[in-house]
Write a protein that binds this ligand. Structure first.
Ligand SMILES: Nc1ncnc2c1ncn2[C@@H]1O[C@H](COP(=O)(O)OP(=O)(O)O)[C@@H](O)[C@H]1O
Ligand SMILES: [Mg+2]
Length: 167
């Protein structure tokens, strides 16, 4: 499956992608309740990873403050039947710290794991279903969504449908 590529001209378009991803996941609630889903977010500091996750969490019903997990490494949100986990591993000193912190336990049935800086957890990170890369353009961002599992392919397929319907 070839990646889905979108240019996000401004912050509002990043938020719109977060909204569309939220709708994608809510539409797959049964499947995620059974097996969980992991989504990685790659890109430099300031690329828009947290902006996208924050939009997603608001859309699924999180009403309080959505803090960046820059220092805590993990923020948890229970909404609907799903448990959302927002990780930011930028400050992970080594992949071993992922193991010592017991972070793998959060992956599994009912769980939506949204992982900023997945590369910092190295080989210990459970397999992600898809990854969203955000690249800085002269103005705006380019988003590239890549599926790595069958579950990821279903996510990407649904997301594409939702975005096409909006266009
Ligand atoms: N598509 C976009 N075009 C221009 N600026 C954007 C876009 N999306 C987000 N931004 C801005 O870029 C910054 C991204 O910050 P943040 O989401 O914290 O990045 P990260 O989590 O990747 O470090 C914010 O200031 C946000 O307003
Ligand atoms: Mg961030």
């Amino acid at each position: 499956m070839s990646p889905l590529i979108r240019v996000l001209r401004d912050e509002a378009e990043t938020v719109a992608l977060g909204d569309a991803l939220a709708d994608t996941l809510l539409g797959m609630e049964d499947e995620i309740t059974r097996s969980g889903v992991g989504i990685g977010l790659r890109g430099d500091l300031g690329a828009g990873k947290t902006t996208l996750v924050r939009a997603l969490l608001r859309r699924v019903g999180v009403t309080g403050r959505v803090k960046s997990p820059t220092f805590s490494l993990l923020e948890l949100y229970d909404v609907s039947r799903l448990h959302f986990h927002h990780f930011d591993f930028y400050r992970l000193k080594s992949p071993q710290e992922f193991v010592d912190g017991g972070f793998a336990e959060w992956f599994g049935p009912r769980s939506v794991c949204l992982v900023e800086w997945p590369e910092r957890a190295g080989v210990f990170l459970p397999r992600l279903d898809c990854e969203i890369g955000l690249e800085l353009l002269d103005s705006g961002r380019r988003a590239v969504v890549r599926a790595d599992t069958l579950m990821g392919e279903r996510c990407q397929h649904r997301l594409t449908e939702i975005l096409t319907r909006q266009a």
